[in-house]
Ligand binder design. Structure first.
Ligand code: SAH
Length: 400
């Protein structure tokens, strides 16, 4: 069945429109009336008119019959196919927020559903944009997307980092390529007054984690004269900023040697190399070894990768957070600050607080939570899409 504008219809089962009406964008395959509109009649990435069981249109969505999330609503008020004008308008709106927030062009420019662009991430490193396309529907608009970004920002280069594993859920190939202009080997960015260089193609995700900007600043404010341990440091985001803010000594731990080499280069770039040192290894082992050696720190930052990537990792992932926080307790000076983060969407804020609470209890330490922070405002939270709120950071004082 097609509507007047020529879009095929995708019909929900009775009462399955509720979450969508309340503002969410995602439709799961078991919510489709497959008798009326069989999913397998659609090609991956096709645009459809999403309808209620009674045929009332809800808006235009991208469909992917191969994905558990089989449709994503993009636009509620249109009945026709989305293309360049849609992308231009959404990108301009996204840029408006970031320009309002930040003085320098280094930020997450597009954060998927929260910016009305489900399946799209764009990070800005000054003149260079790094794009991650996560859905077949967005992939079909790639040409229009690159053109719209060029028109909006006249970048020197655009890199497509389409190598994230989320693409596998949409049965999309994994690759990375320059989509426009020239992309240098190292991307440059500034954050909280410090400068960083990250590998364009070899870095994690898009190269930098802008989501912790505010939390890194918070730690830097507390860092003057302190001994700081930056665990899972990657290229030194927290550690270098703490050193720039006057930390007495900063140790970075990461299992990736290339990441630590960049962290060292970033320390030098900011003139704080002589106060920083770097340990390559498994964080759990390194923490244990440092504690055995009697090392103590005034600030310990735990910013691990997501230990709970999928629901089925819940138990093992929670255990990893428990072990990590317990291990960190042994390294805290008598009166110290613990910063414990989790980017696992499946770990609730209350659960993380509980993990830190139990670790302190187990170590016989007093815990005072100063702040429970989240992601920076260039990763805005969509109020109807809880999945857009993934980052939790407990900032606590731990004392005797
Ligand atoms: N704190 C960083 C981001 C961390 S990303 C920042 O603010 O930019 C996660 C990092 O953990 C990666 O650099 C990865 O190399 C590292 N990593 C993953 N597993 C690890 C482990 N078991 N031990 C030490 N580092 C690990």
């Amino acid at each position: 069945m097609s509507d007047a504008a020529g879009l095929p219809r995708l019909q929900l089962r009775r009462n399955e429109d509720r979450r969508i009406r309340q503002g969410h964008h995602w439709v799961y395959s078991n919510e489709i009336d497959t008798a009326a509109t069989p999913l397998k009649q659609f090609a991956a990435g096709e645009q459809v008119l999403l309808c209620t069981a009674s045929g009332k249109p809800l808006g235009v969505a991208f469909v992917n019959p191969h994905s558990l999330i089989c449709a994503r609503l993009l636009e509620r008020h249109a009945g026709e196919a989305l293309g360049a004008p849609f992308l231009r308008e959404r990108l301009r709106t996204a840029l408006g927020l970031r320009e309002r927030l930040f003085g320098e062009p280094c930020y997450r420019l597009v954060y998927g559903d929260s910016d009305g662009l489900s399946g799209l991430i764009v990070d800005r490193y000054g003149e260079v944009l790094v794009v991650q396309v996560g859905t077949a529907g967005m992939e079909r608009l790639e040409t229009e997307l690159i053109a719209a970004l060029v028109e909006l920002l006249s970048p020197a280069g655009i890199l497509l980092r389409n190598d994230a594993s989320v693409r596998e859920m949409e049965q999309l190939p994994l690759y990375s390529r320059v989509a426009f202009g020239e992309v240098p080997e190292y991307l440059e960015l500034r954050e909280n007054g410090a400068s960083f260089r990250v590998s364009a193609t070899g870095g994690q995700k898009t190269g930098w984690f802008y989501d912790h900007r505010m939390n890194r600043r918070r730690v830097a404010e507390l860092a003057r004269g302190q001994r700081v341990l930056d665990v899972f440091s990657y290229v030194g985001g927290w550690g270098v900023q703490a050193a720039v803010a006057g930390a007495r000594a900063v140790t970075c731990i990461d299992s990736s040697q290339p990441a630590l080499e960049l962290a060292a280069a970033n320390a030098a770039l900011n003139g704080v190399a002589e106060r920083m040192d770097f340990r390559a290894g498994n964080a759990f082992d390194e923490l244990h070894a440092l504690a055995q050696a009697g090392e103590r720190y005034d600030i310990v930052v735990l910013d691990p990768p997501a230990f709970i990537k999928r629901r089925r990792d819940q138990k093992s992932g929670e255990n990893a957070y428990h072990r990590l926080n317990r291990e960190a307790m042994n390294l805290l000076a008598d009166d110290a600050i613990l910063v414990s983060a989790s980017c696992s969407m499946h770990l609730e804020e209350a659960a993380l607080i509980d993990i830190v609470r139990m670790a302190a209890f187990h170590a016989g330490r007093q815990l005072q939570i100063l702040e429970v922070a989240g992601q920076g405002p260039d990763h805005p939270i969509h109020p109807a899409i809880p999945e857009t709120r993934y980052l939790k950071t407990v900032i606590a004082r731990v004392h005797r």
